[in-house]
Design a binder for this molecule. Structure first.
Ligand code: CUA
Length: 337
């Protein structure tokens, strides 16, 4: 476990007990094998986990017990003992096929329902961008706050992490929230969680990513909504992610082709996010984060029908963080109602 650093923005609210390595007392205290529970998903994941443990435990004991009982009961009593010949038992075979099959179906359905709940974020989420790199975690809030190895989130709100990597595969893992997902170079992956208790929770990299992989840890700081707002406004002079992206958009002269008046050589970007577009090859593509990213790095990959593949690539020119700023700027270009 990494040492926990001092709190800067909300010393008065989270309390001194959380500024140390101490874990808050809960039903698992004294059980270091098990992480604490601090998200809406934790209970569901644990319930399934304990069910699996119970099934495995029950059958392990049953089988081990029967081995011992039968070994004693049917042991060889005299040197010339010969075992009775048995030609199967239909009922027995049906039983040991049907019962385990039913149990595995239960496990599958239950597991799938938890998996779907984990992989489908609610419609309304607080989006935070994550960039992993050897060996640190970088977080960008939409309001412009940026942080490293520390992520501040409000309690009781669904938070979606939109994640990518600057170099190799990393993996975000917050045991207390029971969430874990790979962070891949070249694409965006998501996880979501809703924290239930203020506090500090460990965040690990759970994919071996080089020499200092084990040091690639951080903390999720869960705050009361009010404190979170205070923390956010204690903020960045640069402005929101979208406004930083807007400036970058102008600096890179993207706006000379992507003009809002449809007179440019590139498609109009206003109101584009979330829509379907038709490419030159006739393919229908949804404009999401991944598509915008690809269009910046490999502009000729999916050119919108009616336009020429004249856009230069920005591969190597914009960083992963700047890509997120541009993506967020394009997302912010809402069509006037
Ligand atoms: Cu990043 Cu391991």
């Amino acid at each position: 476990m990494g040492r926990i650093g001092p709190l800067h923005h909300h010393r008065d609210t989270v309390g001194s007990s959380l500024s140390t390595d101490e874990v808050e007392p809960d039903m698992w205290s004294g059980t270091p094998l098990f992480p604490e529970s601090a998200s809406t998903m934790a209970g569901r994941v644990d319930a399934l986990y304990f069910f699996l443990l119970a099934v495995a435990g029950f059958f392990s004991l049953l089988i081990a017990g029967l081995i011992i009982v039968y070994a004693v009961k049917y042991r060889r009593r005299a040197p010339n003992d010969i075992g009775e010949v048995i030609h199967g038992g239909r009922m027995l075979e049906i039983t040991w096929i049907v019962i385990p099959s039913l149990i595995t179906v239960v496990i599958f359905v239950w597991g799938a329902s938890v998996f779907f709940a984990m992989s489908r974020p609610p419609d309304e989420t607080l989006n935070i961008y994550v960039v992993g790199k050897q060996w640190m975690w970088k977080f960008q809030h939409l309001d412009g706050q940026r942080e490293i190895n520390e992520l501040h989130v409000p309690v009781g709100r669904a938070v979606k992490l939109i994640m990518t990597s600057e170099d190799v595969v990393h993996d975000v893992f917050v045991p207390a929230f029971r969430v874990k997902a790979d962070v891949l170079p070249g694409r965006y992956t998501n996880i979501w969680f809703q924290a239930t208790r203020p506090g500090r929770y460990q965040l690990f990299c759970a994919e071996y990513c080089g020499t200092r992989h084990s040091g690639m840890v951080g903390q999720v700081v869960v705050m009361e909504a009010r404190d979170y707002q205070t923390w956010l406004s204690g903020g960045e002079p640069e402005g929101s992610l979208a406004s930083v992206g807007e400036k970058l958009f102008a600096d890179l002269t993207c706006n000379s082709c992507h003009r809002p008046d449809a007179q440019g050589r590139g498609p109009v970007l206003v109101g584009l996010f979330g829509k379907m577009v038709t490419t030159q090859s006739g393919e229908e593509v949804k404009v999401d984060e991944a598509y915008i990213r690809e269009s910046i790095l490999q502009p000729s990959a999916k050119v919108v029908a009616g336009y020429q593949p004249i856009m230069p690539t920005f591969q190597g020119i914009v960083t992963e963080e700047q890509l997120l700023q541009l993506v967020e700027y394009v997302k912010s270009l809402k069509a006037p109602e």
